[in-house]
Unconditional design. Structure first.
Length: 248
């Protein structure tokens, strides 16, 4: 049994189901049993199993699973017939309404509709329902795209290899924690490339840590893309006398 915390939950008064995270299982090779929890409690118990023959260390803040609101289908009451057979009532599958909001959008809905009329709030609700997949479900839910791949043009420069800088003990623990978090979120991945730059830990205003990389030497050999922009005067002269009309 492992004690865990449920974060970024707006429906804490409802029962929830915790399921394993596929990325967590793939990285740590630890199995997490599906469990029904009360998200209003500060700490919830989780049942984990290490199927390997070696000890595995989990750092505080590691995302181990995903928490979803439990859907109550109703109680199935058994009915006894003359032949002493028991039949269970199978609930009808629930169907979401077209404009029904997902759980993580309720808070956004209430904050966005402050001072709105009922008609305006209805339009916002429909907009969120139609585009709910573009909003993060929790703090570590980051967007992904495969439409553009960023490339750094270093020309014929030789790869720059910089050794890691020595960190204080307490900062080393913070660095490992932040690195573990980014690995679990697929923000970074292990690499054995020829290029390497040292890490830098920066303290934010709220006291948390920002994990940064010192890319100054890489920037020195990077070939800059130059796209000259026209001057404002030329732009105004070009648009002089132009008209723009919008349909009602």
């Amino acid at each position: 049994m492992v004690a865990a915390r449920v974060s970024d939950v707006t429906w804490a008064q409802e029962p929830a189901v915790v399921e394993c995270n596929a990325k967590f299982v793939k990285r740590h090779q630890i199995m997490l049993a599906k469990v029904l929890v009360d998200p209003s409690r500060e700490v919830v118990p989780l049942r984990m199993m290490n199927p390997t023959d070696r000890p595995i260390t989990l750092y505080e803040g590691t995302v181990v699973g995903e928490c979803h609101p439990a859907e109550v289908l109703g109680s199935a009451e058994p009915r006894t017939t003359g032949t002493s057979e028991v039949e269970e009532k199978i609930p009808e599958p629930s169907q979401n309404k077209p404009d029904e909001l997902e759980t993580h959008l309720h808070t956004l809905m209430h904050k966005s509709c402050t001072g709105f009329t009922q008609g305006e709030a209805k339009q916002v609700r429909k907009l969120l329902a139609d585009n709910g997949d573009v909003f993060a479900r929790f703090k570590g839910d980051l967007g992904r795209t495969d439409l553009v791949q960023h490339q750094i043009n270093t020309g014929d420069a030789r790869p720059i290899r910089q050794a890691p800088r020595r960190l204080l003990i307490h900062k080393k623990e913070e660095a490992e924690k932040e690195l573990e978090k980014m690995l679990n979120q697929d923000v970074v991945e292990p690499s054995n490339r020829a290029w390497s730059s040292p890490e830098v830990l920066v303290r934010k205003k709220d006291g948390s840590t920002r994990y940064c990389i010192d890319y100054r030497k890489l920037n020195d050999v990077t070939q800059k893309d130059s796209y000259p922009l026209p001057t404002i005067d030329d732009t105004i002269d070009t648009l002089a006398g132009a008209q723009c009309s919008f349909p009602p």
